[in-house]
Design a protein around this ligand. Structure first.
Ligand code: FES
Length: 102
């Protein structure tokens, strides 16, 4: 059994507490532990950018960040970009392209 560490992820203004293996990638924490599947895994080379989120307002590829590195940091995913009942232009672009960009 692997050792886990407590991690607090502040995602879209909501705190989530989880016990994570130190090797857990942030993208997998978001998708598999928090159910935020708007952040995608599009490659295994850190080139595509499908996993991009904001960490303290700066864009990062969440497949290159460990969940433990995001402990206590303000994270924004695509789910957190909408205001009221309107889609953010980025969400609208994803919608228009079926979540894919050619
Ligand atoms: S999944 Fe492709 S850059 Fe992160």
């Amino acid at each position: 059994m692997s050792k886990t560490v407590p991690v607090t992820l502040n995602v879209n203004g909501v705190e989530h507490h989880l016990d994570a293996e130190p090797r857990l990638l942030l993208v997998h924490a978001l998708r598999d532990h928090l159910g935020l599947t708007g952040t995608h895994v599009g490659c295994d080379t850190s080139n595509c950018g499908a996993c991009t989120i904001h960490m303290d307002g700066k864009s990062v590829k969440s497949c290159t960040v460990l969940a433990v590195q995001a402990d206590g940091v303000a994270l924004t995913t695509i789910e957190g970009m909408a205001s009221e009942n309107e889609l953010h232009p980025l969400q609208e672009a994803f919608w228009n392209n079926h979540g894919l960009q050619c």
